[in-house]
Design a protein around this ligand. Structure first.
Ligand SMILES: [Zn+2]
Length: 148
């Protein structure tokens, strides 16, 4: 159900997208979880690397997000979305960071086997109506085109 009560542009369309999202999530998130587990193991053994360069043009990591928070989400977070549409594998990781334990979503792409890059990160509370109460599920897709 779309939670964006103020301004849902098309509740029917939103609900259809939500259903598609749920189907894809059910199918692909378990795969993403295995990839994430392997990524953590290989990070710990020094075999995997993650590119954190903040100066790449296409990156949109918020300035307020520091490396410690990103690492916190890599190691302690969990996969909430996995996408692979004619591009690299993309995982959306969710975790809680900072003194106030606010939620943080981090989107990473696989560049090559053990090499990943952070594409974007954001606090989902800034678009709270798009997410379920625990920020693990998308519930509104109204501005889907603007995302990522
Ligand atoms: Zn909506």
């Amino acid at each position: 159900m779309c939670k964006n009560k103020h301004d849902c542009k098309s509740p029917k369309e939103c609900q259809d997208k939500r259903n598609t999202w749920l189907e894809r999530t059910e199918k692909y998130v378990p795969i993403g979880r295995r990839e994430h587990k392997k990524f953590i193991e290989r990070m710990k053994s020094g075999e995997a690397t993650i590119v954190l360069d903040r100066h790449l043009k296409k990156r949109k990591v918020e300035r307020s997000v520091n490396t410690k928070d990103l690492l916190d989400v890599f190691y302690n977070g969990w996969v909430i979305e996995r996408n692979k549409t004619d591009g690299p594998i993309a995982l959306v990781l969710m975790g809680y960071v900072g003194n106030h334990r606010h939620p943080l979503h981090v989107v990473i792409h696989q560049l090559a086997g053990d090499k990943w890059i952070v594409i974007t990160s954001y606090n989902p509370q800034t678009h709270h109506w798009k997410w379920s109460d625990n920020y693990n599920e998308r519930v509104c897709f109204c501005n889907f085109e603007d995302e990522f």
